[in-house]
Design a protein around this ligand. Structure first.
Ligand SMILES: Nc1ncnc2c1ncn2[C@@H]1O[C@H](COP(=O)(O)OP(=O)(O)OP(=O)(O)O)[C@@H](O)[C@H]1O
Ligand SMILES: [Mg+2]
Length: 257
């Protein structure tokens, strides 16, 4: 595919997805998805609501029925069950955060620790607010704080790749910035495949981007080039990239849900 994984020219991709097809309850939700994720930086997955972004991540993780070839650092993982894919170093921050609401922040984090020396200090530096709230039940946190817990859980382990699904959805602008700060910092240590509909966040964080429409990859390139292409963003993302500020893009999206 032209322009594919341009940022990975110097090194092999950390993830390569070929002809991925996924079904949910017999319905095909991902048609024929192929792309590569460079071994460094943030790669954005863009596309309108319902095009199959979440299903693509869930297919990579084996959380839904899938066919096709998925390689992590060159090794096939498409035949593995989810827990083995996670053990190989694929961290997941799901779309709806999925914190254990009755458990405290500390308990939520402890449950996520997979390795002997979890990166507790790194996470504590990144999210001081969570340290202060360690004994608070996660269900009583704000949406933004719950998102921090969800991201923090993934960062406790030495992952080779993070899959992060719409981390800023529904958050107030100030919190969007905080979550973006955390992802930017995290991306210095681990490559991230980021589903994100807030184009200001994409503009700030993403190096490369893929655009999905109707369950297929329809465009691959540099995130900046895609965002600067007004016709493309209008056709494939349903917004005017040049004119939409973060809040407009966000509220349009949540209203259209
Ligand atoms: N549990 C499910 N059962 C049946 N169909 C589903 C289920 N989850 C998703 N779908 C369908 O699969 C398609 C892709 O959904 P998916 O959630 O992957 O899209 P998305 O791009 O992540 O959307 P959004 O922007 O709303 O998060 C949609 O048509 C959706 O209706
Ligand atoms: Mg989704």
């Amino acid at each position: 595919m032209s322009g594919s994984a341009a940022g990975a020219a110097a090194s092999a991709p950390i993830l390569s997805v070929r002809d991925l097809r996924c079904t949910i309850a017999g319905q095909q939700v991902v048609e024929d998805v192929s792309f590569e994720v460079p071994a460094t930086g943030i790669t954005a997955v863009l596309g309108r609501n319902g095009v199959g972004k979440t299903s693509t991540l869930r297919g990579i993780l084996g959380l839904i029925s899938r066919r096709g070839e998925v390689r992590l650092a060159g090794e096939r993982i498409d035949g593995l069950p989810t827990h083995r894919i996670v053990r190989r170093g694929v961290g997941y921050v799901p779309e709806d955060r999925e914190v254990f609401s009755k458990l405290t922040v500390a308990e939520n984090l402890a449950l996520a620790e997979r390795q002997r020396n979890p990166r507790r200090e790194f996470v504590a530096e990144l999210f001081p607010d969570l340290v202060a709230r360690r004994d608070q039940p996660a269900g009583t946190l704000s949406g933004g704080q719950q998102q921090m817990v969800s991201v923090a859980r993934a960062l406790l382990n030495d992952n080779r790749l993070l899959l992060v699904d719409e981390p800023t959805k529904g958050l107030a602008p100030r919190i969007v910035t905080e979550v973006a700060d955390a992802l930017e910092e995290a991306s210095k240590t681990v490559p991230i495949l980021l589903v994100e509909q807030n184009l200001e966040v994409v503009r700030r964080l993403a190096d490369d981007a893929i655009v999905i429409a109707g369950g297929r990859v329809v465009h691959v390139g540099k995130a900046r080039d895609i965002l600067e292409d007004d016709d493309l963003t209008r056709r494939l993302l349903g917004v005017h990239a040049e004119h939409a500020d973060a809040c407009d893009a966000l509220s349009e999206r949540s209203e259209s849900k």
